[in-house]
Design a protein around this ligand. Sequence first.
Ligand SMILES: Cc1cc2nc3c(=O)[nH]c(=O)nc-3n(C[C@H](O)[C@H](O)[C@H](O)COP(=O)(O)OP(=O)(O)OC[C@H]3O[C@@H](n4cnc5c(N)ncnc54)[C@H](O)[C@@H]3O)c2cc1C
Length: 488
Amino acid sequence: MRRGSTTVETVGVIGAGVAGLAAAGVLARQGFKVEVFEANDKIGGCCSTTEIGGFTFNDGALYLALPALLDRTFEAVGLDRRSALPLRRITAPQTTVLPTGDRVTFGDGRRITVQRARGTIDELLLERELDRMMSRWEPALRLLTDEILAEPLSLPRALAKGWRQLPKFRGTVAAELNRLFSDDAVRAAMSGVLLYTGIPPQQQPVISILGLVTLFSDGFHLPEGGMGQVPKALGDAVRIGGGKIHLNSRIDRIAVSGDRVRGLRLRGQELVELDAVVSTASGMLTFGSLLSPTDSPRRLARKAERAQLSHSAFSVQLGLRNKINTPSHSNCQLPLMERQGDVFSPCDDGVKWLVYDTPTVTLPELSLTGGSIIEMYPPVQRGLPIDDWTDSRDAHIVDKALEALSRVHDLDVAVTRVTSPKGFQDRLNLYRGAVYGLSPKVAPWNHFPHRTAIRGLYQSGQTTYPGYSVGRSAISGVLAAEALIQDQ
Ligand SMILES: Cc1cc2nc3c(=O)[nH]c(=O)nc-3n(C[C@H](O)[C@H](O)[C@H](O)COP(=O)(O)OP(=O)(O)OC[C@H]3O[C@@H](n4cnc5c(N)ncnc54)[C@H](O)[C@@H]3O)c2cc1C
């Protein structure tokens, strides 16, 4: 073995989210004895679903982008993605209503409809502008998904392949949309798609625009049966390869002996001896608490301590007995792009800018017959100490969310599900409730590396390259497993 002195036979994986399951699937397929330890009572982590009263609610991720990355993950674990995970394209992704009364609807593929409160839009010009965005950015998207994200991070390789694209990557989303589109309402609808990052368009690095480009090319998708089907399929691959998944198995300590990993200590149990470990708990948890302070490599412990975290979120999910009349998966009332920082102003006195998703537009089977599901992330105070998220604070925000939604829909509520930042921390084991772990602003070379300074210990998941989101986290699991295999 190149990096270790013993042959690796048994590998422990911390976490059964998409990264852990992808890593375990690859390793099991290669003949390693794989044991996955998941703190929760089910698999999937931030890409799972929970059924309550006949409604299938997302626990985290709401839709899939970049399907090519999932195809590559499924191939690596020995599954055919098309048959193991049929996807339904979201053909009505977004409707945005502006304060002027203008309404912008994104349809299937490159279809954009603008209904003006007054006058009409120059449709030919809009078509030309959209084509211009696509021809400018689609090559960068292809390069990213086909070549750069699917391989370990290498700046020289990325530069060699992507130097032609490099000059585009300076500036912000807002500056680029101003350059590309002449219409205020269209720009606002475009930047609205990217507000999930928790960052206003004036501060978003221009690379985020690829989120829009993928919407108009590959599309956004939902797995038939809901997001929980992704880990279900990956979990099947682990079991087919002979791997074991242990639920309700929280790891408290990664044991190290000398400079080599020795095993994992489960809460209240003996040490499980292992030859190698892949941790998919966030880098902040792996290097900040799962390794003892004396074992944690100093550089990575410092990175964990100083990590720039992503925003934390508050979610309100409603299971409705009635079918609401929404045109699109995502429905937004937004200010113009220049004012979209306002969308994040806490809603303590009321929700001003209403943004919500209705997954049942694409997958009616997620709800009771004739019903629907609404998922909403009302803006809340950021940086509040996690224990300040009390039941009464939660209830106040839910009231404001319901008040805003009732202005536009009749709500016959059967189930209300609320998750505060504390809930995200406790339910999904997210460090300080930060939804993506690291902020999307953090550059790839500041993510946590797959190989660590401890022999036999690998890090994977959304705080490693290629970063957050379902497809990218899954690929990072594949890359960490491939690093382990290469080190044999
Ligand atoms: C609210 C929200 C909305 C999102 N929306 C989208 C979206 O629409 N589209 C998209 O692509 N992405 C979205 N994401 C991001 C995406 O869900 C994640 O990037 C991805 O699922 C992360 O996968 P992972 O395996 O790296 O981590 P996780 O899913 O966090 O998995 C890690 C697992 O490790 C377990 N674990 C942690 N510590 C321990 C321990 N000590 N012992 C044992 N087990 C442990 C956890 O319980 C968890 O199951 C969203 C995330 C959130 C939270």
